[in-house]
Design a protein. Structure first.
Lengths: 318, 374
C-alpha cells in the first residue's frame, strides 16, 4: 500500500466535504426550526443550480456570472418559501410518516419539474475558479525516497472549500448577531416560548426553508463548477444525509464536522491499491465502497450513538 | 368508523361474526372478478395483461409494507432492497441449484425475510425518523453488495438472466394438454410461464394467497399486537406484548412479502440487476400505501393500482408533451412520471391522508344508508 499518498487522499477527501457541509447545513437548518427532515434538499439545489446556469448561459439570459449567481440564489430562496407555504404548512401537526412522505413526494415532483423545464442534457457550468495549475505544497516532516512529499491540490477544490467555510462563518454570525438569526434560534429552542415573546414562527419556518435553499444552492454551484451539471446532481445529498446524522440532527457545527468526516472517509477508502495487505480484490472492493461508506458509518452511529456527535440527547422510550 | 350493515343483517354465531365474505352476492361478485382476471389473457391485449401483472406484483410488496408501516407504525425506505434480495435468491436457486421456481419462491421469501430482520435490528435501539435512515442504508448497501461482491456468482452490475418458471405435468394418454410442450429430459409435459399472459396466472394465484394471509394477520392476535405497538408501545408492553419482538416480526413479514414480490418481478422481467428496483421504488411503494390507505386490507390494492395507472398516464401523455416541447424528446417520460406521482402523493397527503380505502368505506356506508345519507 502506498502510504505516501495518505495525506494527499485524506486532504482531498476532507476538502470535498466542504460543499457537502453546506448541503447538510441546509437540512439541519430546517430540522432545527421545524423538525422536518428535508429529503428534497437535493432537488431544491438542482433547480437552484440549473436556474443559475440558465441566467448565465447563452441559451438563457446570458448575464454575467455574478448576476446569474445572485438571481439563482434568489430563485432557490423563493422556491424554499413556496415549498414551505404550499406543501408543509398544511402538514402542521400531521404524523411523522406524512411529513417524511411529503418531502419525498416533493423530491419526486421537483425532479420531474427540473427535467421538464431544463431537459436532460449535460450542461457546461462556468468555471468559477482557476482549473489548471494545481497548488503544490511540500509537506514538512514527511519524506518519500529522501524527497520532501508533495501535496497536489486542485485550485477549485481549495477555493470551493474556502467558500463553503466562509458561508459557514457567515451563517454562524447570522445566528449570533442578527435579530432574525436570534429569533430562529429561539424558535428552535421552543415554539411556544418563541411565540410568547412575539416571534412569528410561521415566518421563521419560511425563512429557514429559504435559507436552506440558498446555502444548498451555493453547495450545488460549487459542485457543478468542479464536476459539471446534469440531473444526477441530487446524488450528492445522499452523502449529506449520513453527515447530518453523524453530526447530530440539530447541531450546526455537527453538520460541518460530520460532512468533513464523511468526506475524509470517502477519500480514505480510495486509497488501497493493488499491493494492499488483503490482496488486490479486497482493495478493489474497498475502493468501490466510497458510495456506501457514509451509510455504513450511519448504521454504526445509529446503533452506538443515535443522537450523533453533537446532537441533543433525547431521553426517549423505544 | 363503525361497521355499517343493512338492517336485518345480524350475526347469529361467532363463526358468522368472523366471516370475511358475508353475503351470497359478495361471493358471486368475488368469483366473477376472479374469473374475469384469470381469463384476462383470452380477451385483453398483451399490454393490459402486462400492466395487471405489474400491479399485482406491486400489491404484494405494498401489502408487506402495510404490515410494517400501516399496522406496526415502523417506516421503512428499504422495501425495494429486500425485493432485490428475493429476486437474486430465487434466480440463483433456479440457475445454480436447479430448483423449480415454485420451490425457489418460498426459500427466496425466507432469505429476504432474514435479511430484513437483520436491517430491522436497529429498531431495538431507535425509532421514528432514525429508523427511516437505518432502512435507507439497506437501500444503498444491498444493491452495492450485488454489484460489487461475489462477482463470479452475481455477475456484478450486469446482473443475472432469470430462467422461465416451468411447471411439469405428467403425460396423459401420450399427449400434452393445456398448451404444454413435451420435455424429453424429464419425460413430462412442461408449461412455460414465459409471456406476461402466461405469467399472470402465477401473479394472481400468489396475490390471492398473500391477500388472504394479510387480511387474516390483521385481524388475529398478531395483527392486533402490531396495531397496539403502533398506537402506544408503552401500553402494549403493559398488556404483555413485547414491542421489540413484534417490531422484528413485522420487519420479517414485510421482507418476506418483498422477497416474494422481488422473485416474481425477476421472473416476469426475466432479468435482474442492482438497478431493477431502487430507492425510487421504495418511495413509490410507500406512496402507494399512503394513496391506498394505511393499515387497511384494501389500501394496498387501491394504492398500487392507482399509482401504476398514473405511471401509465405519464407514458400516454408523453407524445403530447413532446409536441409542446420538442427538445425534451428523450426525457418526457422521465419527467412526467415523478411529476405526476409526486403531485398525486402531495395532494393525497394534504387532502385525504387516510387514503382511498377511507373514501371507499364512505361510499359503501353511503350506499347502505341510502336514502338517508348523501
Amino acid at each position: 500500500m502506498n502510504w505516501q499518498l495518505l495525506p494527499q487522499f485524506a486532504i482531498t477527501g476532507f476538502l470535498n466535504g466542504g460543499p457537502i457541509a453546506l448541503i447538510a447545513l441546509g437540512i439541519v437548518l430546517i430540522f432545527k426550526s421545524s423538525e422536518i427532515f428535508n429529503f428534497s434538499q437535493g432537488q431544491m439545489l438542482l433547480i437552484g443550480t440549473l436556474s443559475t446556469w440558465w441566467f448565465w448561459a447563452e441559451e438563457g439570459l446570458g448575464l454575467p456570472l455574478w448576476a446569474a449567481i445572485i438571481l439563482g440564489l434568489t430563485v432557490s430562496a423563493i422556491l424554499g418559501l413556496l415549498i414551505e407555504r404550499l406543501t408543509l404548512r398544511p402538514m402542521t401537526g400531521q404524523p411523522l410518516l406524512s411529513i417524511i412522505l411529503m418531502t419525498l413526494a416533493l423530491s419526486q415532483f421537483l425532479q420531474g419539474m427540473a427535467i421538464l423545464t431544463f431537459g436532460t442534457t449535460q450542461r457546461n457550468f462556468p468555471a468559477i475558479f482557476e482549473v489548471t495549475s494545481p497548488y503544490k505544497i511540500s509537506l514538512p516532516f514527511f519524506t518519500y525516497n529522501n524527497n520532501p512529499m508533495m501535496l497536489i491540490l486542485k485550485q477549485n477544490l481549495v477555493w470551493s472549500f474556502g467558500v463553503a467555510m466562509l458561508c459557514v462563518i457567515l451563517l454562524w454570525a447570522f445566528f449570533q448577531y442578527t435579530r432574525t438569526g436570534l429569533s430562529m434560534r429561539a424558535t428552535a429552542e421552543d415554539h411556544e416560548t418563541a411565540q410568547s415573546v412575539g416571534i412569528r414562527i410561521n415566518h421563521i419556518f419560511g425563512i429557514s426553508w429559504a435559507l436552506a435553499g440558498i446555502i444548498g444552492t451555493v453547495g450545488g454551484i460549487l459542485i457543478a463548477t468542479a464536476s459539471g451539471l446534469d440531473l444526477s446532481l441530487p446524488i450528492v445529498v445522499l452523502a449529506a444525509f449520513p453527515a447530518v446524522l453523524l453530526g447530530g440532527l440539530e447541531s450546526i457545527p455537527g453538520a460541518v464536522i460530520g460532512s468533513l468526516l464523511i468526506g475524509l472517509t470517502q477519500g480514505l477508502v480510495a486509497l488501497p491499491n493493488n499491493d494492499f495487505i488483503l490482496g488486490a480484490e479486497a482493495a478493489q472492493v474497498i475502493r468501490s465502497s466510497s458510495e456506501i461508506i457514509p451509510y455504513i458509518i450511519l448504521l454504526i452511529v445509529l446503533v452506538i450513538r443515535p443522537d450523533g456527535l453533537f446532537g441533543q440527547k433525547r431521553i426517549e422510550r423505544i | 368508523m363503525a361497521i355499517m350493515r343493512p338492517s336485518g343483517d345480524f350475526d347469529r354465531s361467532y363463526k358468522q361474526d368472523m366471516t370475511v365474505i358475508r353475503q351470497r352476492w359478495q361471493y358471486i361478485l368475488l368469483i366473477m372478478t376472479l374469473l374475469a382476471l384469470y381469463t384476462l389473457p383470452m380477451y385483453a391485449s398483451e399490454a393490459t395483461v402486462s400492466l395487471i401483472n405489474r400491479i399485482g406484483i406491486a400489491i404484494i410488496a405494498v401489502q408487506g409494507l402495510n404490515i410494517l408501516t400501516g399496522y406496526t407504525g415502523q417506516i421503512s425506505l428499504g422495501q425495494a432492497a429486500f425485493m432485490t434480495v428475493g429476486g437474486y435468491t430465487s434466480t440463483l436457486l433456479m440457475t445454480r441449484m436447479g430448483l423449480n421456481f415454485f420451490a425457489a419462491l418460498p426459500i427466496a421469501a425466507l432469505t429476504a425475510g432474514l435479511i430484513g430482520l437483520l436491517f430491522g435490528l436497529p429498531s431495538l435501539r431507535v425509532k421514528g425518523f432514525y429508523l427511516v435512515m437505518a432502512t435507507l442504508s439497506a437501500q444503498f448497501i444491498i444493491p452495492w453488495v450485488t454489484r460489487t461482491l461475489w462477482q463470479d456468482t452475481l455477475n456484478g452490475a450486469q446482473g443475472l438472466i432469470v430462467p422461465v418458471p416451468v411447471i411439469n405435468l405428467p403425460v396423459i394418454a401420450n399427449q400434452c394438454f393445456l398448451s404444454t410442450t413435451f420435455n424429453a429430459e424429464t419425460a413430462q409435459c412442461a408449461y412455460r410461464f414465459a409471456t406476461p399472459s402466461q405469467f399472470i396466472y402465477i401473479t394472481l394465484t400468489v396475490l390471492i394467497f398473500t391477500t388472504i394471509i394479510t387480511h387474516n394477520i390483521s385481524r388475529s392476535r398478531l395483527g392486533r399486537a402490531f396495531i397496539s405497538v403502533r398506537d402506544n408501545d408503552l401500553a402494549a408492553e403493559l398488556l404483555g406484548i413485547n414491542p421489540f419482538a413484534y417490531k422484528l416480526r413485522a420487519f420479517f413479514l414485510a421482507s418476506v412479502y418483498a422477497g416474494i414480490a422481488g422473485a416474481l418481478l425477476a421472473s416476469n422481467l426475466r432479468h435482474i440487476n442492482s438497478a431493477t428496483v431502487g430507492l425510487n421504488d421504495s418511495v413509490l411503494l410507500l406512496g402507494m400505501l399512503i394513496v391506498g390507505g394505511l393499515g387497511t386490507s384494501v389500501g394496498p390494492i387501491f394504492g398500487a393500482a392507482l399509482v401504476t395507472l398514473l405511471e401509465e398516464i405519464a407514458v400516454v401523455l408523453t407524445p403530447l408533451v413532446i409536441t409542446v416541447a420538442p427538445d425534451l424528446a428523450g426525457g418526457a417520460t422521465a419527467a412526467l412520471r415523478p411529476l405526476i406521482f409526486g403531485l398525486a402523493l402531495m395532494l393525497f397527503l394534504i387532502f385525504e391522508p387516510r387514503g382511498m380505502a377511507y373514501r371507499w368505506n364512505l361510499i359503501k356506508a353511503g350506499w347502505r344508508l341510502r336514502p338517508f345519507a348523501k
